[in-house]
Design a binder for this molecule. Structure first.
Ligand code: UDP
Length: 242
């Protein structure tokens, strides 16, 4: 029998619906864009579809390299079917190049290539403005065990190696990205959320000089314009590569 799909959760950029199979959910990508903890908002027609298609391709690529993800299949151009998970309330940011908040909070110069990847972990809590959090505080708050935190960090480093090379092949520099993880119904840790220009900084390597050309959400954050053109360009390069 076909159970009606119900909206389970609506976030800033996605809606999550129930699925006939209770182990699965449907994730619809919205055209809304937010920045600076939703202080800045806009709508970009076609962004949802582009992020859904880009994420699907990247999840497939990661799964081919044995990274466990929540992705199952595309339902349509802006909706994916994914495993139902319990979200771990942490945002794991990996940085290869210094930019954004790292440069605002430290004396490191924008654009500095880091000697090794830096992992910054933030508590996923809008009311608290997603604060940077320590390993000890994660344990103190019983968010997850130190063994599972180590596992997530190890997975993030592996994902970075795969994604850096993937994006390099399509002439993009992976500056930084944010990941979210969750537990499936059997308590396995899976990569969740999305991997798209909304949560990765990607710089065009097809530049003759050192000019930074962002093909990501910085086009919106920094009022550069051309967001849809940038996301379409990434989708085009991925399609031509895979
Ligand atoms: N990021 C994200 N969601 C957030 C904060 C950051 O997806 O709520 C991503 C962002 O797109 C970038 C990376 O995480 O790829 C590092 O962002 P940063 O901490 O520099 O924050 P920002 O400069 O965006 O304030």
């Amino acid at each position: 029998m076909n159970k009606k799909c119900e909206l389970i959760y609506e976030g800033k950029a996605k809606k999550v619906f129930s699925h006939n199979d209770e182990n699965k959910v449907m994730i619809e990508f919205k055209d809304d864009a937010t920045a600076f903890n939703a202080m800045k908002k806009a709508k970009f027609e076609g962004k949802g579809k582009l992020n859904c298609l880009i994420s699907a391709k990247i999840f497939e690529h990661l799964m081919n390299k044995n990274i466990p993800t929540h992705f199952i299949e595309l339902k349509n151009e802006n909706t994916m079917i994914a495993q139902k998970i319990k979200v771990i309330p942490l945002e794991i940011v990996l940085r290869n190049t210094a930019y954004g908040s790292l440069c605002k909070q430290t004396a490191i110069k924008s654009g500095t290539v880091l000697a090794k990847p830096l992992i910054d972990i933030y508590l996923k809590n809008d009311e608290l403005n997603d604060p940077l959090i320590t390993k000890d505080r994660i344990e103190l708050m019983n968010i997850l065990s130190s063994k599972d935190l180590d596992l997530i960090i190890e997975l993030t480093l592996k994902i970075n190696i795969i994604l850096k090379s993937f994006f390099k092949n399509i002439k993009l520099q992976l500056v930084d990205f944010k990941l979210e993880f969750g537990y499936d119904l059997k308590d396995n840790i899976l990569l969740a959320d999305e991997i798209s220009p909304d949560n990765c900084r990607l710089w065009d390597l097809n530049q003759k000089n050192d000019t930074i050309v962002s093909l990501d959400k910085d086009r919106f954050r920094n009022d550069l314009g051309g967001l849809i053109e940038a996301y379409s360009e990434i989708n085009r390069r991925i399609k031509n590569f895979i």
